[in-house]
Design a protein around this ligand. Structure first.
Ligand code: ASP
Ligand code: MG
Length: 426
């Protein structure tokens, strides 16, 4: 008998009919001889609607982080109870649990808590009694504060992976409205193909590079605890994509390039004319860190050669668009102390990344990438690499075209057009 954790996203439980459909799938999974734990997200856009409601009664709801968590966790409680009702109505036996009842123990940080421990005693007891356990995603309980917490937007994926780890489940299935992990976003690249499998390191890089199919924290958790994830659609029988955290079969060859991701949420800051002396980068990035920005790429240019008279450098870095204004402001204030000449801010950039575990042992990947961009006439503004990823920054209006060109250059185009259900992947 296998133990399966299934997570259904908001679009999968968006209305009564969809909940009844999920109930049928869950019962069928149990009747096929498995123990089943189901993690649910809030119905459709419920979480956003609750945030809107909070904004309509308070000018600064984020200041009452505890109350926001009390409010937002109610979304998942609605879906867990409705799904349980539907399963019981269809002849199954289900019992629902909040995050704290399911033993999701977190630190005390409201709005973005981290899971510290998983003690799914009651979930196990339900399974042992032959029941289907339904767990509200996205939420936990802090022993320190004795309060309910949330795991950050999209946190139900993390709940599912954490329960799979805590229960030593055979697999964690993440259901949304797309068929699996694609070589690129099929809405941008119609010839994108669904991957049958992908290694978790590559999945982590893709998630970090803008692929929205899985939340990065859930993927991190899965990697750390060796949880295999299967990404599937609620609305088809396609087996989806298996994301291997445990050792895959010996004969699974690592792809040189598994996929191409684009991130349109970043902006770029260039600090110009920085004195070329030790300590300046530290001063700049201490300020950036204090502003709370999570920076990504960093490039420094120091002019060299006999014709250089002024010893200054330029530093460019990328950061989330939402952090741009506060970082520029913090740097402006320190302009005289740091001694730089100017700042340029650009929120019209796109970051394209190619990812593949096979890059470790293959040369020529960057040459292929740069050649494809050159042929398409696309200018590269920044470049950065990791062991299994190469990223470039282009202008925002060229990043889609760049994605298509690069997808083709790496031979990722499929024969047929990808199926797009106009889904959000959540
Ligand atoms: N309902 C929460 C959100 O929309 C959590 C989730 O969907 O995973 O962010
Ligand atoms: Mg949601």
């Amino acid at each position: 008998m296998a133990l399966i954790v299934q997570k259904y996203g908001g679009s999968s439980v968006g209305d009564a009919d969809k909940i009844k459909h999920v109930a049928r799938r869950v019962i069928a999974t149990q009747r096929a001889g498995n123990q089943v734990v189901v993690v649910v997200s809030a119905m459709g856009d419920t979480t956003d609607e609750l945030v809107d409601l909070a904004n309509s009664v308070s000018s600064r709801p984020e200041a009452s982080a505890r109350e926001m968590d009390m409010l937002l966790t109610s979304g998942e409680r609605i879906s867990m109870a409705l799904l349980s009702l539907a399963i019981n109505d269809q002849g199954g036996v289900a019992r629902s649990f909040t995050g704290s009842q399911a033993g999701i123990i977190t630190n005390e940080v409201h709005g973005n808590a981290r899971i510290a421990d998983v003690t799914p005693v009651r979930v196990k007891a339900a399974l042992d009694a032959g029941e289907i356990a339904i767990v509200a995603g996205f939420q936990g309980f802090s022993r320190a504060s004795q309060d309910i917490t949330t795991l950050g937007r999209g946190g139900s994926d993390t709940t599912a992976v954490a329960l799979a780890a805590g229960l030593k489940a055979d697999v964690c299935e993440i259901y949304s409205d797309v068929d699996g992990v694609y070589t690129a976003d099929p809405r941008v690249v119609p010839s994108a193909q669904k991957l049958e499998s992908i290694d978790i390191e590559s999945m982590l890089e893709l998630a970090a590079s803008g692929a929205k199919i899985l939340y990065i924290r859930a993927v991190e958790f899965a990697r750390r605890h060796g949880v295999d994830i299967r990404v599937r659609s609620t609305f088809s029988d396609d087996p989806g994509t298996i994301v291997y955290a445990k050792k895959p079969g010996e004969n699974m060859e690592e792809s040189v390039v598994s996929g191409v991701a684009a991130d349109k949420s970043q902006a770029k800051v260039t600090v110009i004319g920085i004195p070329d002396v030790p300590g300046k980068a530290a001063e700049i990035f201490t300020l950036v860190a204090k502003a709370g920005a999570n920076i990504d790429m960093i490039v420094q240019n120091v002019p060299t050669g006999s014709d250089v008279t002024e010893h200054v450098s330029d530093i460019s870095f990328t950061l989330p668009k939402g952090d741009l204004a506060s970082v520029v402001e913090a740097l402006e204030v320190a302009k005289a102390t740091i001694g730089f000449r100017d700042i340029e801010a650009d929120d019209q950039i796109g970051k394209l990344s190619v990812v593949g575990a096979g890059m470790r042992s293959h040369s020529g990947v960057s040459a292929t990438l740069f050649e494809a961009l050159a042929k398409a006439g696309i200018n590269i503004e920044m470049i950065s690499t990791s062991e299994i990823r190469i990223s470039v920054v282009t202008s925002l209006d060229e990043v889609d075209e760049a994605t298509r060109a690069v997808h083709t250059a790496f031979g990722l185009d499929g024969e047929s057009e990808a199926v797009v259900y106009a889904g959000t992947g959540r």
